[in-house]
Write a protein that binds this ligand. Structure first.
Ligand code: HEM
Length: 462
């Protein structure tokens, strides 16, 4: 287990392990109620998920980096300072993304290995290998036209809304936010809608697996989906990402293409679902947005911007390993030690960012990371999230939370900021109802109704 301080080093000013000593020299009661204040702070579990900002505030006593535990027997240094985060993310001569050496030091069945274990893809490689893979992903996405993507999102949104529209109630996480990104990926990677269920069952199974057996079944299902996808596109190319990955001038092998497809689906799914879910929860919990649903004061983009600053969908990630021992922003970090960047803590260093501040563009948030590994498809992710939210609120304009905001439960885990569920209710809609409903629309005719949340009207117009 990593010690909070390197051997012989002076503890950082205000180090909690030293600053909270009682009169007898023993550590006083920990502000977060930890039995052993010398142990790195646990950054997982339901308590952390319920109030992560309290944990980040506590960690600030260490300085720019703080020791944390991210799973049983797996420790890391967490960068919580905005400037330090930017310096790390942009300094490839000091920091590597290759986790292979570190991986040898953690239990192979640790819950964090699926997120941090090495794979031959863009995320875990540096330099030329990284550039070669990343270019394929970002340049292929450039071929996805935003207006076509919007149509695809409306189609997926309508399909999902049709499934629960008549009931008047929905869990917006389980029945909407977690399903829509996978339907979009199935579509833009070139598979027909009939494959939606398979992709959802496979990736959903991986995310929610309650046992190693369930995880193995889901993993096998995902592998078989990817193999069928690659076989279908090898046999016949189409206007889709898989075909563009295959035909990219960087000349990836079939195995390399599969790895980048898996990365793109996996890297996109969780944060996109969280972005949609976190933004919807803000809109349904906050009266300022309620008037938007009814009349258009604030937009879906406003909610998304608030989330990117204050509830980033990936809260802590950007795993890096120093190539040598390094004294970084006041702390010694040993070669090969796991260092994570807390986008949430770095964004929140100067407190909650208000809507006005997000609108006036005062600085940049780190929700997409920064530097060579920053999210390559931000524009597309924003189109998908915004359209998904606008479509939902357009069809279900009186949708409201079915619980109070303080009853919402967040999923435990270090890396993501994700609701477990978002129960909502609305006036039911049915196929035979007079007026426009999602049953009437088709991808080509789905331009109405205009999303009400993009119409800015004076409050008095309501
Ligand atoms: C269409 C949806 C998305 C896709 C396909 C996607 C894909 C990717 C890929 C391929 C990478 C690796 C880039 C590299 O290593 O060079 C990446 C990185 C990243 N993405 Fe996205 N992403 C999506 C949405 C999002 C969203 C909504 C967020 C959060 C707001 C996000 C946050 C990040 C972050 C923080 C990284 C850096 C991770 C790291 O360095 O460890 N992404 N994304």
């Amino acid at each position: 287990m990593t010690s909070p301080h390197p051997p012989g080093a002076t503890p950082p000013p205000g180090c909690p392990a030293h600053a909270h000593g009682g009169a007898d020299g023993q550590p006083a009661t920990h502000p977060l109620g930890r039995p052993d204040p010398y142990a790195p702070l646990k950054l997982y579990g339901p308590e952390f998920a319920a109030d992560p900002n309290r944990y980040y505030e506590y960690l600030r006593q260490y300085g720019a980096l703080a020791p944390v535990e991210i799973a049983p027997d797996v420790t890391a240094m967490l960068v919580i300072d905005y400037r330090a985060a930017l310096d790390l993310l942009n300094d490839t001569s000091t920091w590597s993304k290759d986790s292979r050496e570190w991986q040898k030091t953690v239990p192979p069945d640790s819950q964090v290995v699926p997120m941090l274990g090495y794979r031959p893809n863009a995320l875990f490689n540096d330099g030329e290998t990284h550039r070669r893979y990343r270019q394929v992903i970002s340049e292929s996405f450039e071929l996805v036209e935003p207006h076509i993507l919007r149509e695809k999102v409306r189609h997926a949104a309508d399909t999902l809304i049709q499934a629960f529209g008549a009931s008047g109630e929905v869990d917006l996480i389980g029945e909407y936010a977690r399903l829509l990104p996978l339907m979009i990926f199935n579509d833009i990677f070139g598979m027909p809608d009939s494959y939606n269920e398979r992709l959802i069952a496979a990736i959903g199974g991986l995310m929610e697996a309650a046992s190693p057996e369930a995880a193995a079944t889901a993993d096998a299902a995902f592998t078989s989906y990817i193999m069928e996808l690659i076989a279908a596109k090898t046999a016949q190319r189409g206007p889709d990402l898989t075909s563009w990955f295959m035909d990219h001038p960087n000349g990836l092998s079939v195995e390399e293409v599969s790895m980048q497809v898996v990365l793109t689906m996996a890297a996109g799914n969780e944060p996109l679902a969280n972005l949609i879910g976190n933004a919807l929860s803000r809109m349904l919990s906050d009266d300022r947005y309620y008037s938007t649903l009814a009349g258009g004061a604030l937009t879906a983009r406003d909610a998304i911007n608030e989330v990117l600053w204050n509830d980033p969908p990936m809260a802590n990630y950007s795993a890096h390993y120093p190539r040598r021992d390094v004294f970084f922003h006041g702390t010694w970090v040993r070669q090969g030690q796991l260092v994570l960047v807390s986008y949430a803590a770095a964004n929140g260093q100067f407190g909650e960012t208000t809507l006005d501040q997000t609108r006036t563009g005062g600085g940049s948030h780190l929700a997409w990371a920064s530097g060579p590994h920053a999210c390559p498809v931000q524009r597309h992710a924003l189109v998908i999230a915004t359209t998904a939210i606008e479509r939902l609120t357009a069809w279900l304009s009186d949708i409201e939370l079915a619980v109070t905001p303080d009853q919402l439960v967040w999923r435990p885990g270090t890396f993501h900021r994700a609701l477990a569920s978002l129960p909502a209710r609305f006036t039911p809609i049915t196929p035979d109802q007079a007026g426009a409903t999602p049953w009437d629309s088709s991808p080509s005719s789905s331009t109405r109704p205009e999303p009400i949340s993009t119409e800015r009207q004076p409050a008095s117009a309501n």
